[in-house]
Design a protein around this ligand. Structure first.
Ligand code: ATP
Ligand code: MG
Length: 334
């Protein structure tokens, strides 16, 4: 059975971008793949180190988000990154294999540094996170990594590290493949940036109806359309992008009809947004029901995370041992 490893930073509630970018794939694949899902609290700390409490609390939110969309703890292993110190140890060995300039060239790191306004004062922990992420992936000997498009440069760097290690010390690590989601980069409600927890341009999987209504109402559409009889644009328009991403087969006819009318200048934003609200509500309804169940069972979440983390830690311990053996760096008598 092939193995997948993926995860989320514990920086806040997951959103519909996570769903189409990666959650959907991991839930689908858990039946046919050995599935590991990491709650990446150590990585979340690299740009939230002023706020460890928030990062810690979000571990439970993100766990519940995963379970609510259908991750099944009998099939998948959900675990907490900070409870596996062997991942940090593996990171240290990998640090020797990567140059500073290679890290600085990583396009995702570049984008995020700008977004977070680090300027030239880049914390080493942040710059180093692609190496730590490589340890997360390679530590599980994952074959496939289901992620959104923003993670492509991370995976490229991970593959380089795996190949370099194998070249230097002998065949040790699986070189993993990326698997992008159905919508690899969902745009945010601002119509400008990737939907992202840190930017607040999101529709959360945990939003209630009122919150969804508010977000949809204030959503960016087509700025050139002053009145509803001006022909509009549907392809760069988050309203239509979300309809395409979340619409079920029974919505398709209306979506197509609304697109035609929008392009011809025959429908107002309000009518399309009212329909989008319904589509999102339809999508969220079953997720809400599951969330309620898990939220009222916190001891069950603890048990799932504890069992998952033990199982996950064992895997990384085995990999670390193998890696050190390859390096002729183990002290068997100690
Ligand atoms: P942060 O702003 O804290 O980085 P985030 O919203 O980018 O949060 P992550 O935890 O970094 O979320 O990403 C978790 C997973 O979801 C990754 O696989 C990432 O590629 C994917 N993902 C995140 N945002 C999107 C998006 N807008 N569209 C598609 N996939 C996404
Ligand atoms: Mg991110």
């Amino acid at each position: 059975m092939k193995r997948i490893l993926t995860g989320d930073r514990t920086t806040g509630n997951l959103h519909i971008g996570h769903y189409v970018g990666t959650l959907e794939n991991r839930v689908k694949m858990q039946d046919t793949h050995q599935t590991f899902v990491m709650l990446a609290d150590v990585q979340a700390l690299t740009d939230n180190f002023q706020n460890p409490g928030r990062v810690h609390d979000a571990v439970f939110q993100v766990a519940i988000d995963n379970l609510s969309v259908g991750l099944d703890s009998d099939k998948s292993t959900l675990f907490i990154q900070s409870l596996i110190p062997e991942l940090a140890e593996l990171t240290v060995y990998f640090m020797n294999l990567v140059t500073l300039s290679r890290l600085q060239r990583n396009p995702t790191v570049k984008d995020e540094m700008q977004q977070k306004g680090f300027g030239t004062n880049i914390p080493v922990g942040f710059l180093n996170y692609p190496i730590s992420q490589a340890a997360d992936i390679l530590g599980f000997q994952a074959d496939i990594v289901p992620v959104g498009k923003d993670q492509a440069p991370m995976l490229e760097q991970t593959r380089e590290i795996a190949k370099k290690f194998n070249e230097l010390y002998g065949e040790t690590f699986v070189v993993p493949e990326i698997l992008l989601g159905r919508v690899a980069k969902l745009i945010g409600t601002d119509g400008n940036n990737k939907m992202s927890k840190s930017l607040g341009n999101i529709i959360s999987l945990s939003d209630d109806s009122e919150q969804v209504r508010k977000q949809v109402k204030s959503m960016y559409t087509d700025p050139n359309r002053v009145t509803k009889d001006v022909p509009g644009n549907v392809s760069n328009n988050p309203v239509f992008i979300y309809l395409d991403a979340l619409g079920k087969p029974n919505h398709l006819q209306t979506i197509n009809e609304f697109k035609k009318r929008y392009l011809a200048g025959g429908i107002g934003d309000v009518e399309v947004k009212d329909f989008l609200f319904e589509v999102i509500e339809d999508f969220l309804e079953p997720i809400r029901a599951k969330r309620e169940y898990y939220q009222s069972n916190p001891e069950l979440i603890n048990k799932i995370l504890k069992t998952g983390t033990e199982r996950a830690r064992q895997e990384v311990q085995n990999t670390l041992e193998k890696a050190k053996k390859s390096m002729h760096f183990s002290f068997n008598d100690f």
